[in-house]
Design a protein around this ligand. Structure first.
Ligand code: NOJ
Ligand code: MG
Length: 534
């Protein structure tokens, strides 16, 4: 039997912004449970919950202070069990976010570690002496700006934080740290979760000798992180051994999976995805930010897919166009759009035709756009620090819009933690539900088409050579072929088709006498074994 996750569509829920049930302006677990029918009704297979664990929320839950409890903002362990039970009843798997590369600085482990150089947890984080002139031990920068080292006067040492100062890196070179983290994962496996999204999986290890990173000659951009090639502060070969331990743990249970988030870019990201998913004893799959970038060309999408195929023929990828860290794709790619809805439909058609596992981000099924915010509305630390050059991630994290007629579009009766603005509310579920031509209706139709096509779910993928702006690829499974064609531009395109074929599924194109006409952001699925020419 093919493992369930190989062709799964996973719906990412950002718990703070999905549904508030207790009137505090912040989404919570009970709210999610109430809204699961909407998710199941789309025809997806699983949900991924961004972090829900006890946290001071400096990085909105990506700073965990108790790995085996729920933050009171979100509810209780009993609420979590109820959520999992309801999801399973609806046929949805549940994946949680494990953030184990770093903890919160308020985690009791760190509180103890920072006290002295000889306490029982002295070596649980990455501590280093200063240089003779008092400066940090090496040149490593934090992703969120400034050095990756913070001074601790009690130990007269620095600690490593790849992200915020409040997110100290755990020391994975210490076997006791590995053992303890694996036990926290077991806690959730025993509770019935179906898998883990592994935050920043390529940051788990650092170079034990703390060597300086070399410069990156290609760097442009306003942020400091890109000035280096991060060969010593992440992507370390030692990580493979720990990934194998995690796999051995999940393999003790039935049908569980792990998807690693690779925080890197370009060919390096593709290479790491391949390396971490090769064979059967590492991660089940990886995802990277490659398709979360501003690039919207056929060559780019082809390079991502072929890169993983060539790098790890037996590996597995997971692709997404939006998440809680990047500008929503309808806004990010707007220069390539006839109109936002056409782009939203095309993105759905394209993403759901790609090989591998697919992640959708809450609101994307509504064609949701990025929310414009002013400085006073921001909560995201890098934006607060570097505004306006760094816009931050609040604009893609604003609340889900359910009901156009209710306050805050039905998200909360209180003041929401981030505002619900008119352009977003105008895309509410109640409005689109009533419209057969809505983006929401298109998502449902495309998801159901994907389910009905073994070639889309499990097929091999090959790319014919066609000039921009057309992306085309053929998916083949057990003798059945489907050719997927996309016009990645705001002007119409035509192609010549040779061979016996018909337009399948909810295609947005026309075919007659061997001419395929794709309108702006058009898309087509063509049955049979055919040939395409510009
Ligand atoms: C990646 C997460 O997606 C992001 O939201 C977070 O800030 C960093 N990892 C640090 O945990
Ligand atoms: Mg609440």
């Amino acid at each position: 039997m093919v493992e369930w996750w190989r062709d799964a569509v996973i719906y990412q829920i950002y718990p703070r912004s999905f549904q508030d049930s207790d009137g505090d302006g912040i989404g919570d677990l009970k709210g999610i449970t109430q809204r699961l029918d909407h998710v199941a009704g789309l025809g997806v297979d699983a949900i991924w919950l961004s972090p829900i664990f006890t946290s001071p929320m400096k990085d909105m839950g990506y700073d965990v202070s108790d790995y085996t409890d729920i933050d009171p903002l979100f509810g209780t362990l009993a609420d979590f069990d109820a959520l999992v039970a309801r999801a399973h009843e609806l046929g949805l798997k549940v994946i949680i976010d494990q953030v184990i590369s770093h903890s919160s600085d308020k985690h009791p482990w760190f509180a103890e570690s920072r006290q002295s150089r000889d306490n029982p947890r002295a070596d649980w984080y990455v501590w280093a002496d200063p240089n003779p002139d008092g400066t940090p031990p090496n040149n490593w920068p934090s992703v969120f700006g400034g050095p990756a080292w913070e001074w601790e006067p009690r130990r007269r040492q620095y600690y490593l934080h790849n992200f915020l100062i409040e997110q100290p890196d755990l020391n994975m070179h210490n076997p006791a740290v590995q053992d303890t983290l694996l036990e926290t994962m077991r806690f959730w496996l025993e509770r019935g979760v179906d898998g883990f999204r592994l935050d920043t999986v390529n940051y788990y290890f650092h170079d034990a000798q703390l060597r300086d990173n070399p410069p990156n000659p290609d760097h442009t951009g306003p942020e400091t992180y890109g000035f280096q090639r991060h060969v010593h502060s992440k992507n370390r070969p030692e990580n493979i051994g720990f990934l194998k331990r995690m796999r051995a743990l999940t393999d003790e249970y039935d049908a569980r999976m792990m998807v690693g988030e690779v925080g890197d870019g370009g060919q390096t990201a593709i290479d790491i995805m391949a390396e971490y998913t090769a064979g059967n004893d590492r991660l089940h799959m990886c995802y990277s930010f490659e398709m979360l970038s501003p690039e919207f060309t056929a060559a780019h999408f082809r390079r991502c897919i072929e890169g993983v195929q060539k790098g790890a023929p037996d590996g597995h990828s997971c692709w997404s166009f939006s998440n809680h860290d990047v500008i929503r794709h309808v806004t990010r790619w707007q220069d390539h759009a006839g109109n936002p809805d056409a782009l939203a439909r095309q993105a759905a058609a394209m993403l759901l035709s790609f090989p591998g596992t697919i992640c959708l981000y809450q609101g994307e099924e509504l064609g949701q756009t990025e929310t414009e915010l002013v400085y006073e509305e921001l909560t995201d630390p890098p934006a607060l620090r570097f505004w306006p050059e760094v816009r931050g991630r609040d604009g893609c994290r604003t609340p889900m819009v359910w009901d156009a007629d209710a306050p805050n579009a039905g998200f909360t009766t209180a003041d929401p933690w981030l505002p619900v603005k008119a352009p977003q509310a105008s895309r509410a579920v109640t409005i689109q539900q009533a419209d057969n031509d809505s983006v929401l209706a298109a998502y449902r139709a495309i998801l159901s088409f994907r389910k009905s096509q073994p070639a889309l779910r499990w097929g091999q993928t090959e790319f014919p050579d066609l000039p921009e702006p057309v992306l085309a690829f053929r998916r083949t499974h057990e003798g059945t072929s489907l050719t997927c064609v996309f016009n990645l531009s705001a002007s119409p395109e035509q192609l010549t088709v040779t061979g016996d074929t018909v337009l399948s599924g909810p295609s947005h194109a026309s075919l007659s006498a061997g001419r395929l006409v794709l309108p702006a952001n058009g898309f087509a699925w063509l049955s049979g074994n055919i040939d395409l020419q510009a």
